[in-house]
Ligand binder design. Structure first.
Ligand SMILES: NC(=O)c1ccc[n+]([C@@H]2O[C@H](COP(=O)([O-])OP(=O)(O)OC[C@H]3O[C@@H](n4cnc5c(N)ncnc54)[C@H](O)[C@@H]3O)[C@@H](O)[C@H]2O)c1
Length: 386
């Protein structure tokens, strides 16, 4: 068991308001936050918000919040409860309005992925958070799971030589309406926005680089009860020369690699490393006969969102930012929306060019809309607006 003293943040309990406590927000309440709140005492719920009051029973029970701290009106919740940060667990189309409220109340932001549902909203959130000088991180849960972290560790150990390419696969049997959560069957580009964004981030982490170009083909087969595309084949070239191929399929007749059971193969100079349904294997025939070695997974007290939340409050308390901080995650969103652009135009897209253009056009839109650019710039010299 981890002791509070072990994380050296004694006396630095951070207060939070969680927006969205149904759906995945319920997992935040029951699985991800209790360790920080009850065991480490590094975070304390000040209030929760949801447009559906039926969702309040769980946080009342787990967080022990009185009825008066459960709000359907976000502004009232933030007006009445001093806090350090908000946790955003509402569908992506509503992320920006929650971030706006948080910034208006001088709060930091820990948000579920993706940053937003469009490149324009993503660029606005990025610019507003940076200009406000607030700390935002995005919970890319699957990249921070035990099996993917173990694969990343093996690749980066250098023991198997240089990394050549990465092959990834996730297939699920979610063809029936609402079997993947109702809103995911109604939004455009659903697989990429709600699913593959995780795998893009995992590929970035495994490759140790951001994306240079992406080519994506996406579609929905006749039996997929989705408004947006639910299948994708994606090819990516990373900035360090590593190549990646990814297959995602939400309408498969069988689930080969669902959430938490990913398939990723890393072709390294001296070995092939395979992660398949949480089993990690290193293979090589280079000595003249096949060697197959199963590798143990890394161990630590918490993974996924619980670990990210722990890193996040440590950042708020003066520590280092978590790897999924906003600036880093902007590259994940850039790859996501460049892949969507590629799928819509049937041509490869230069990811860095795509990102720079979106940030610049957003800056122009801010200026036209009377928003202030207070002379602040990001590392690429692009103005940040408020
Ligand atoms: N990291 C992961 O593994 C993972 C898994 C599932 C969902 N998510 C993310 O979590 C977020 C929420 O997804 P979900 O599956 O919980 O959606 P959902 O529709 O199942 O639940 C959303 C909850 O937010 C509430 N809500 C909706 N709009 C609101 C608003 N404007 N203000 C306050 N409350 C509002 C709803 O009443 C509901 O309780 C999304 O960003 C999604 O991508 C991440």
């Amino acid at each position: 068991m981890v002791r509070r003293e072990d994380v050296t943040l004694v006396g630095k309990t951070k207060k939070f308001i969680q927006v969205g406590v149904g759906g995945h927000g319920a997992a935040w309440v029951s699985k991800f936050m209790p360790r920080l709140v009850k065991e480490l005492k590094l975070a304390e719920p000040a209030a929760v918000v949801d447009i559906n009051p039926d969702a309040f029973a769980l946080p009342r029970e787990v967080y022990g919040l009185p009825e008066g701290k459960c709000y359907t009106d976000i502004q009232k919740a933030l007006d009445e409860n001093p806090a350090d940060f908000v946790i955003v667990v509402v569908p992506p189309a509503f992320h920006e309005q929650v971030v706006d409220q948080a910034l208006a109340h001088d709060l930091h932001v820990l948000s579920e992925k993706p940053i937003a549902d469009t490149p324009e909203a993503t660029a606005r959130i990025y610019q507003k958070v940076k200009a406000a000088g607030k700390k935002m991180a995005v919970t890319m849960s699957h990249r921070f799971d035990q099996d993917k972290q173990s694969l990343e560790h093996l690749i980066k150990s250098g023991e198997y030589g240089r990394l050549n390419c990465i092959i990834g696969r996730n297939t699920w049997d979610n063809r029936k309406f609402a079997s993947w959560g109702k809103f995911r069957h109604e939004i455009p580009d659903t697989l990429l926005v709600e699913g593959t964004v995780h795998h893009f981030d995992i590929i970035r982490a495994l490759a140790g680089a951001d994306a240079e170009t992406v080519y994506a083909v996406t579609w929905n087969p006749p039996w997929g009860e989705f408004a947006g595309d639910s299948n994708a084949l994606v090819t990516i070239q990373m900035q360090n020369g590593v190549k990646a191929v990814y297959e995602g399929n939400k309408t498969s007749a069988t689930r080969l690699n669902g959430w938490g059971n990913d398939y990723f193969r890393a072709e390294c100079e001296n070995a092939t490393i395979v992660l398949d349904s949480r089993r990690l294997t290193v293979m090589s025939d280079l000595s003249g006969e096949r060697h197959i070695v199963e590798k143990p997974l890394l161990q630590r007290d918490a993974w996924t969102n619980a670990w990210i939340a722990e890193m996040y409050v440590a950042w708020l308390a003066g520590g280092a930012p978590p790897p999924c901080h906003l600036e880093d995650n902007l590259q994940c969103s850039a790859l996501l929306f460049a892949a969507i652009e590629s799928a819509h135009t049937n041509r490869p897209v230069d990811v860095q060019d795509f990102l720079a253009k979106r940030l610049k056009s957003q800056q122009a839109a801010c200026a036209a809309g009377g928003l202030l650019c207070r002379g602040k710039q990001n590392a690429q010299g692009i103005a940040l607006c408020t």
